[in-house]
Design a protein around this ligand. Structure first.
Ligand SMILES: [Zn+2]
Length: 110
């Protein structure tokens, strides 16, 4: 996660907006489930402020429009997706269509 606190002016705005979000939002912006704001890190469901567009991708570091409440674990999974998708291949779809085609019907005797 990109830290906003190295940039002084943004830090003040970020802290202000973080408080507003914790007061006004109660669901995770990623999974849509309720966030318990009383949980504390390192609890995976602790509340975290997420940059909707990551700062590294040109998102605003402190604008409230670019911040949302999320679970710590959801936020983590999101950044994994954003930053590792070049290395990861498309997940294999495991479904009926991918069952091994092992039956050779030309040998089938009726
Ligand atoms: Zn979530």
């Amino acid at each position: 996660m990109v830290r906003a606190d190295r940039q002084g002016a943004h830090r003040v705005a970020f802290d202000k907006n973080r408080k507003i979000i914790i007061k006004t939002q109660s669901t995770c912006g990623i999974c849509g489930k309720p966030v318990d704001i009383n949980l504390k890190p390192p609890h995976p469901l602790a509340p975290t402020i997420d940059h909707i567009v990551p700062v590294a991708k040109g998102g605003h570091p402190s604008a409230i429009d670019n911040l949302q409440l999320t679970h710590a674990t959801c936020n983590r999974q999101k950044s994994d997706k954003l930053f590792n998708n070049k290395e990861k291949k498309e997940p294999k779809i495991i479904g009926n269509r991918n069952l091994p085609q092992s039956c050779d019907w030309t040998l089938y005797k009726s």
